[in-house]
Ligand binder design. Structure first.
Ligand code: ADP
Length: 164
């Protein structure tokens, strides 16, 4: 049986931290699907179409990785894909409580699905999409945190926002 893993997330926008997890997970499983949440509970800077397009471009060269969009419960989506593994990234202790709660809730909803946590390279262990957006607003140089085309999209987006 093919081992399919799903890496769900908001990816608003994708960072080198996400990409690091994608590469590590791809090494472990037969197939990896990066699943962009269409309507997350938090407000996003990028639309789902933009988040999806940026993820797709970021993983273009990583063989065996697919990118999809899903709506609704992650466990329902995982089951529809006939997969049993959810990948999540763990950075610092601060991620732990939320991720722990979510993994156990998902297990209650769907006992056959396992959540696997992976740690990024320490260079990305403090990196988050939220931080990138904040730093971008302040004009920071972001080239060590996000790919150049993501930086370009972010700058453009922040510029449009400031004119709104
Ligand atoms: P979500 O809203 O589902 O948390 P995110 O895009 O913020 O979506 O994160 C998706 C997953 O990637 C989460 O498990 C998060 O902990 C993980 N992640 C985000 N940034 C990093 C990073 N720098 N290193 C490792 N994992 C990360």
């Amino acid at each position: 049986m093919k081992r399919i893993a799903i890496y769900p997330g908001t990816f608003d926008p994708i960072t080198y931290g996400h990409i690091d997890i994608i590469k590590r997970a791809n090494f472990l499983f037969d197939e990896l699907i990066v699943a962009v949440v269409k309507n997350p509970p938090k407000e996003t800077l990028f639309s789902w179409e933009e988040r999806f397009a940026l993820v797709k471009k970021a993983v273009k060269e990583i063989k065996g990785v697919k990118v999809e969009v899903f709506d609704g419960l992650a466990v329902d989506y995982v089951q529809r894909k006939k997969a049993r593994i959810i990948i999540r990234g763990l950075r610092m202790i601060s991620d732990f409580e939320y991720e722990f709660q979510m993994a156990l809730t998902n297990r209650k909803l769907s006992p056959t699905i396992e959540t696997i946590f992976m740690m990024p390279s320490e260079a990305y262990s403090y990196l988050s999409s939220r931080l990138i957006k904040e730093a971008g607003t302040l004009g920071a140089k972001l080239s060590s945190f996000i790919p150049p085309f993501v930086e370009k999209a972010l700058k453009r987006k922040l510029m449009d926002k400031s004119y709104e």
